[in-house]
Ligand binder design. Structure first.
Ligand SMILES: [Zn+2]
Length: 520
């Protein structure tokens, strides 16, 4: 017997953008497994409000397009589907028209009790949405009234002004100038946080706390700029004039604080921006890049981590960060070739050269290829079908009110025939709707140019890149020898792992062909 099929849906609201969807999807998978259903598709919507119309959510459009081909649509909780009863009923209608059922993994809506409970739940969902909207509006008002919710001190670049209950941030120009200058030099002139902090100290620019003390006529404490001071001042969303708050469950800090948002999900502003959106996004990107390069994640950023292996022992080659006068001399090193514990000759190679070589190789082979994207069919036919079916049912039931053979009766019959024809068309369209590959109008080289080392490494691994590095010949010149490096691509995963039986058949066929040739 064919197992029932299920499509899993999850939605992430704008309010909780940092929340992970995985655990809810896992929950759904477990539920499907217990029931003996086959999961045929998982659709998710990110950053989408539960009040959004079904057709305005890409993930939900996938669900709609799957309706004709699945038995169940499953979400962890009812509110994942929709927080507006109107939209929820539209989904129910569409599912009903396709003989699919809506269920939730928390068992509130199960195949057995669906009809009974859904009406009540949908009403509650609507109620819940109102509550949340009210709560956010209230919190927005609260923060607006507070004006400066950090408790006294405005963020660096601003000072607080205005009456007690309506305090606003006004730009503190001498500090704002410093922020703009540092942002510009970080983004456009390759400056580092370390270098900038040192320079600010040399120029005797006061760090944030002392700057505020001087402004307020209090005694200075002779503080210095640190890398982290500058980082935090530039990284916080406060430089866009936005109120910020700690992320729930995390310590308050510039790296994790998020903007306070109003009922529509827009950041609440307390003053004019010091940096515009684009500049600030670029600053954050630069800082993210830097901060990932430190501490425990040091090796995480190397382009060839888990791609480069040692030709002596097949172990991984790690990148050691080393810079002299701002120039990058970081080498890739095999740990098995280091020191007295080493099991083979030292294997060290200048990272920059290997990375350039691998990049060039990759771009030469694949750079010109067009990027493709899988497009799920949109679910518009399914939604229209639900509408037409509803109209048809209304027409049918009103038919009995008209006298047989009367003008109205004949017109109604005509209309019913037309609707039935439309219903058939839409049903066919809904059932035939299939996904397709679509060109994104860009090449792999474009994508490569846009990514950082970490993103590029993902591209390399997508195509099964392998880089084997051999030790230098003893006594050879110290310059880079390309002969030491072998670059190879075993192809994308779907190709590498494609049907081993097929590969075996191909091998046998080839062998037979050779036998025949030899026999002739
Ligand atoms: Zn080795």
């Amino acid at each position: 017997m064919k197992r029932p099929t299920v499509v899993i849906y999850d939605r992430l609201s704008r309010l909780f953008a940092d929340e992970a969807t995985d655990h809810r999807v896992d929950e759904c998978r477990r539920y499907a497994e217990q029931r003996g259903w086959d999961v045929v598709h998982v659709a998710t919507d990110h950053n989408v409000s539960g009040a959004a119309k079904l057709e305005d959510r890409p993930g939900m459009r996938e669900v709609l397009s799957w309706l004709p081909r699945c038995d169940y649509v499953l979400a962890a909780k009812l509110d994942r589907f929709a927080r507006s009863s109107l939209e929820f009923y539209r989904l129910l209608d569409a599912a009903k028209a396709m003989r699919a059922a809506i269920v939730t993994a928390d068992n509130l809506v199960s195949p057995e009790n669906a009809g009974l409970i859904i009406g009540v739940l949908a009403a509650f969902a609507e109620h819940e949405r109102k509550m949340i909207t009210d709560r956010i509006t209230a919190s927005k008002e609260h923060h607006r009234k507070q004006g400066n919710h950090l408790g006294g001190l405005a963020p660096y670049g601003y000072s607080v002004s205005g009456p007690v209950n309506a305090k606003r941030w006004v730009i503190d120009e001498p500090a704002a100038v410093i922020l703009r200058e540092c942002a510009d030099r970080l983004i456009n002139h390759g400056a580092s946080l370390v270098g900038l902090a040192r320079e600010l100290n040399e120029r005797e620019i006061l760090p944030p706390a002392d700057h505020a003390r001087q402004r307020d006529g209090r005694e200075l404490r002779g503080q210095q700029w640190h890398t982290t001071t500058l980082r935090d001042a530039l990284y916080t969303y406060a430089v866009r004039g936005w109120l910020v708050q700690a992320t729930p469950g995390k310590k308050r800090g510039a790296l994790t604080n998020t903007p306070v948002r109003d009922g529509e999900g827009n950041p609440v502003s307390a003053g004019a921006p010091i940096l515009d959106d684009e500049t600030h996004a670029a600053v954050r990107a630069v800082i993210d890049g830097n901060s990932k390069g430190r501490g425990t994640e040091r090796s995480g950023k190397a382009l060839l981590l888990h791609v480069a292996t040692c030709g002596e022992c097949s172990g991984p080659m790690y990148k050691q960060r080393r810079a002299v006068n701002g120039k990058d001399y970081s080498p890739y090193v095999c740990r098995n070739g280091v020191g007295k514990q080493g099991t083979h000759a030292p294997n060290v190679v200048t990272g920059r050269y290997v990375e350039e070589m691998v990049s060039a190789d990759y771009l030469k082979r694949f750079g010109g290829m067009t990027l493709m994207r899988w497009v799920e069919p949109d679910g518009s036919a399914v939604l229209q079908l639900a509408d037409v079916t509803a109209q048809l049912n209304t027409m049918m039931s009103s038919l009995s009110h008209f006298a047989d053979g009367s003008r109205v009766h004949l017109m109604a019959l005509k209309q019913i025939a037309a609707l039935q024809e439309r219903e058939n068309e839409l049903r066919a369209a809904a059932e035939q709707a299939v996904g397709r590959w679509e060109s994104m109008g860009e090449t792999i080289a474009d994508e490569w140019a846009r990514r950082d080392d970490e993103g590029r490494r993902a591209l390399l691994k997508d195509l099964g890149a392998r880089v084997v590095i051999h030790p230098a010949t003893p006594g050879a010149a110290r310059r880079f020898d390309p002969e030491r490096v072998a670059v190879d691509f075993s192809g994308p995963a779907w190709w590498r792992d494609a049907h081993p039986e097929d590969a075996a058949h191909d091998a046998i066929a080839l062998e037979e062909e050779l036998w025949e040739q030899a026999a002739r």
